[in-house]
Design a protein around this ligand. Structure first.
Ligand code: C5P
Length: 411
């Protein structure tokens, strides 16, 4: 697998080469990548969302103003929840829109909203390709950092037309993607042979069969860590509470709801070389969850009595047998972040704490960026504000370094 856990957002625009994009999806998935597809209106004249979705294993996206999609995912998340945006085929029209910064449909809006690298595979009639307008747009896109693959010379779909304008073949596009992602991703193999357990997301604590207590954790940071560890070659088990994120490919994912179920899944996942506890576990659960829906009565609202949940991080960190060599906790604080993190390190018995400021102003909860401090027995490191993926990659690099020294305790 050359693209393990990589997330590709593939935008298909309207040209006859669009049929080859279905093969591209298949080739990418064979290599371990997950592929999300957006089709422009014109693309749907050549391939259907149903065909693209069936091959991608996930519904294809087509409309900017689709109420369901916007509620479920949203165009900003589509633009950001990926490692690379690939436009194949890229028509002359879509290239012109990109160069001009237009945003009047889902594809162009996502291309303007993304902060990820973009690769385009142009495909058009040779006269359109050699037109000065297209050359101007291409020069602008290249100046903006957009990478290109192709087009190739050869026969066109139109009888008797030949020249440069054929879309690069799917395997050439795959090779360009592999080169690009190798340059931006986690160094491959730094965790090969190591097993990593990660918890992520919130927990839901039942009040009765239809109601629960929960928190606002999105699972983005925990999932990003699991993905970065898998990309670095680790055997990853991700224990996830209820989240809206897709399961990252290339790892074992165990879905749980409650803190107690999460603890059981974590214990079943041991031994592991390192464990990262990024889940926002509910501190309390309802002492006696109803087995039937609690009815509204004239006697007034019910009183919920709460009991403490097991502390999964502390339980694992204090184990006598099968304790991972490196146990990493998170500390989400709204004030005195480092001071509280230091206290937590001692109280929970873990090796490192990744401390982050989740005050409302920081926008971390549910957001895409994170500013963290890494607190170890040796001291405190302040990391720059980075995307959650970058935090994940930096943490994975540190974990790989720490695990290199097997016999001594990692501090
Ligand atoms: O004590 P606090 O909830 O702030 O600690 C946060 C850290 O402890 C996180 O790493 C979280 O995943 C972990 N934790 C846990 N089980 C709990 C509570 C927190 O594993 N019941």
């Amino acid at each position: 697998m050359t693209l393990p856990s990589k997330r590709i957002l593939l935008i298909i625009s309207g040209g006859i080469a669009a049929y080859k994009s279905l093969d591209l999806i298949r080739r990418l998935r064979e290599r371990g990548a997950s592929v999300r597809v957006i089709l422009t209106k014109a693309a749907q004249q050549f391939v259907t969302p149903l065909a693209a979705g069936a091959i991608a294993g996930e519904r294809a996206f087509t409309d900017l103003f689709d109420a369901v999609t916007e509620f479920d995912i949203g165009h900003i998340r589509l633009a950001r929840d990926c490692d690379l945006v690939v436009v194949a085929p890229a028509t002359a029209d879509l290239m012109a829109k990109m160069a001009g910064g237009h945003a009047d449909d889902l594809a162009s809006t996502v291309l303007l909203a993304t902060d990820r690298p973009i690769l385009i595979a142009p495909a058009m009639n040779p006269v359109m390709w050699s037109h000065r307008a297209t050359a101007r747009n291409l020069a602008q896109l290249q100046a903006d950092g957009v990478k290109t693959v192709g087009p190739n010379a050869g026969e066109m779909a139109e009888a008797g037309e030949a020249g440069t304008g054929r879309m690069a073949e799917p395997l050439e596009i795959v090779a360009a993607i592999e080169r690009l992602l190798a340059a931006t991703g986690t160094p491959r193999g730094i965790l090969s042979g190591q097993s990593i357990l990660v918890t992520s997301g919130p927990t839901h604590e039942a009040i009765d069969p239809v109601r629960y207590l929960a928190n606002r954790s999105s699972g983005k940071q925990g999932h990003a860590i699991a993905r970065a560890a898998a990309e670095a070659g680790a055997a990853v088990t991700l224990v996830s509470g209820p989240v809206k994120l897709p399961d990252p490919p290339g790892m074992k994912v165990i879905h749980v709801e409650s803190a107690r179920a999460m603890l059981a899944a974590v214990e079943a996942g041991l031994p592991a070389d390192a464990a990262v506890f990024a889940a926002a576990v509910a501190d309390w659960r309802v002492a006696e969850a109803g087995t039937q829906k609690t009815k509204k009565t004239t006697a007034g609202p019910p009183t919920l009595s709460l009991v403490e949940n097991p502390d999964i991080l502390a339980t694992v960190a204090k184990r006598k047998t099968d304790r991972p060599r490196l146990v990493v906790g998170f500390a989400a604080e709204t004030e005195r972040v480092v001071e509280y993190a230091r206290a937590k390190l001692a109280r929970k018995g873990c090796d490192w704490i990744v401390a982050n400021d989740v005050s409302k102003e920081s926008g971390v909860m549910g957001g895409d960026r994170n500013t963290v401090h890494l607190v170890t027995a040796r001291g405190v490191e302040a990391w720059p504000s980075q995307s959650k993926e970058e935090v994940a990659r930096a943490l994975v690099a540190r974990i790989a370094e720490a695990l290199k020294v097997p016999a001594t305790p990692v501090k």
